[in-house]
Design a protein around this ligand. Structure first.
Ligand SMILES: NC(=O)C1=CN([C@@H]2O[C@H](COP(=O)(O)OP(=O)(O)OC[C@H]3O[C@@H](n4cnc5c(N)ncnc54)[C@H](O)[C@@H]3O)[C@@H](O)[C@H]2O)[C@H](O)CC1
Ligand SMILES: [K+]
Length: 501
């Protein structure tokens, strides 16, 4: 599913108005009715509402919602932010219609005319939507502050007022919504952690924008959804054998962090790889052979760095390598990476302390095999590529870095972001906060390594890997709750995640 910027959404509106065809005021009616229906379906029937409207079409949505609520015997008070102009045509049409209902209508033209919000009223925020063209200030900012300071529950229409869709709103005053009811598709703003307090839980409402538009409008950002993941999944051939599914290696583990290697190895096997060899330090040999009997095991020669070394002979025989989980801050990791990069030029997966070694020895960056997949969390990303002022800039930096170095960057988070060297970006749609638990990153590294070894392209391995990883997390959370979710659950539910495709 495409993720559109404001102008593209506006173009989608226009396309629908022209080709359905439908009058813009009727499209507004359809959008606002979808919001009204959501309210009734989510236990807001019978509540009292205080609705704040600007004079653009976001405000128009608010007026339609007010009318539909008033016509079904709800107590409704509408506060219209008065700027002296009449407002958009569709706003005016709906203001006239609202006058024929029981709704109380007030115009707010100064801070003195702002009324307290009755306790228990549900607040509908329809002040500003996607048409915002400057940070909220003056009376608009005062009203937003007034709403945020109340203890009332706030439901934002389309976009929390004051929030920009396509770039950072850091430092601006923004509505803090419990729910955001938005139309048709995700907006970039909904995928940025910095906006979490403003957007609350986002519910996308289908308002019947014509799908034909999708065929003519490209977007730099896509949402990784069920449909995309299903299309990528390669079915297994009946007469196949383990050789058909690749031979992966993982280079992982250190004293006290062998669990990361075990999780990575189990996830790699569960992802469907044909064969796996685990390169671990001698201190972890028994642990690996006991915990992961399906994996072969190689250790560094005894005595080498006190048994903490990893074997690095014959690295070129593997279809792909995943390196990093549990390596620890060992200075020997730098020479380990140089050795591996020299021997195997196929795309590989680099995570955790593998990334931290590159952050320490930047010369390694241009030794990485082209097409490799880096899987940093935000802190690791910052160590590697520097601080950014906000989430939007971090996304752009990831895209630029991916392009400059011909790498794939999986920026892990609530909506993990995949930056591709061709400049396109993919936000994952699966997963939940229960996955914020030690070891889940090691599992992801194993999964992507396993998919890469099965000849998925680096992009498809990254996309399918993050989707299945999050899907396994959602299945695990449904079974054992988010707080109790642990990394091993992701491995255990990976099979069901595959079955869900
Ligand atoms: N397909 C859809 O998503 C549909 C969305 N709808 C709604 O339409 C709005 C967008 O309406 P628009 O008139 O373009 O702009 P807004 O109502 O968001 O903006 C109001 C108006 O306010 C002025 N303005 C901009 N920034 C500020 C500011 N910081 N302070 C004060 N005033 C400001 C500017 O002049 C704007 O024109 C969308 O969000 C949906 O709610 C349609 O209803 C149906 C289809
Ligand atoms: K709004």
């Amino acid at each position: 599913m495409q993720i559109f910027a404001t102008e593209q959404i506006r173009a989608w509106d226009e396309y629908t108005i022209r080709h359905e065809p439908i009058a813009s005021v009727d499209l507004m009616e359809r959008a606002a009715t979808a919001c009204y229906d959501w309210l009734l379906q989510n236990n807001y029937k019978g509540k009292a509402f205080t609705i704040f409207c600007g004079k653009g079409n976001n405000g128009g949505d608010g007026l339609v919602i007010a009318r539909l609520l008033a016509q079904t015997n709800h107590a409704v008070t509408v506060n219209i932010l008065e700027f002296g102009h009449k407002g958009t045509v569709d706003f005016q049409i709906n203001l006239a219609r609202l006058h024929n209902t029981t709704a109380t209508i007030r115009f707010v033209s100064s801070e003195e005319t702002v009324h307290p919000i009755p306790t228990g009223d549900v607040v509908i925020d329809a002040l500003l939507g996607s048409g915002i063209n400057r940070p909220a200030d003056g009376l608009t900012a005062h009203l937003i502050q007034h709403i945020n300071n109340s203890n009332n529950e706030v439901i934002a229409i389309d976009i929390p007022s004051g929030l920009f869709v396509d770039h950072s709103s850091r430092g601006n005053i923004v509505i803090k919504a419990r729910y955001t009811l938005s139309f048709q598709c995700f907006k970039p703003a909904f995928l940025m952690p910095e906006n979490a307090a403003g957007i609350g839980d986002v519910h996308l409402l289908n308002i019947g924008l014509l799908p034909g538009f999708l065929a003519i409008q490209d977007s730099p950002f896509q949402l990784v959804d069920q449909q995309m993941a299903q299309q990528l999944l390669q079915p297994r051939k009946p007469f196949s054998h383990k050789g058909d599914y690749g031979h992966a290696a993982i280079i992982a583990g250190s004293y006290g962090m062998m669990g990361a290697a075990v999780l990575c190895a189990r996830a790699c096997l569960r992802s469907g790889v044909g064969k796996l060899t685990c390169h671990v330090p001698a201190v972890g040999y028994n642990i690996m052979q006991t915990s992961v009997p399906e994996g072969m095991c190689k250790t560094g020669s005894p005595g080498e760095n006190d048994n903490t070394g990893h074997a690095t002979q014959e690295m070129d025989k593997y279809d792909t390598i995943g390196i990093g989980p549990g390596l620890g801050p060992n200075p020997a990791n730098v020479s380990l990476l140089y050795s591996v990069f020299e021997q195997n030029r196929r795309p590989m997966v680099i995570d955790a302390d593998g990334l931290n070694a590159i952050a320490r020895e930047k010369a390694l960056l241009n030794k990485i095999p082209l097409g490799s997949i880096l899987t940093p969390h935000p802190k690791e990303f910052e160590r590697l590529f520097g601080k950014t002022a906000n989430d939007y800039d971090r996304i752009q930096l990831a895209l630029q870095t991916a392009t400059d170095n011909n790498l794939y960057i999986v920026l892990k988070g609530r909506y993990s972001f995949i930056a591709s060297p061709d400049g396109k970006g993919y936000f994952n749609s699966t997963g939940n906060p229960g996955m914020a638990s030690g070891g889940t990153g090691d599992v992801l590294t194993g999964m992507i390594t396993g998919l890469l070894a099965q000849q998925y392209s680096p992009l498809h391995a990254a996309i399918l890997g993050v989707f299945l990883h999050g899907r396994a997390g959602d299945l695990a959370a449904a079974y054992a709750s988010q707080p109790s979710l642990i990394a091993s659950d992701l491995v255990d539910f990976l099979g069901q995640a595959y079955q869900s495709l």
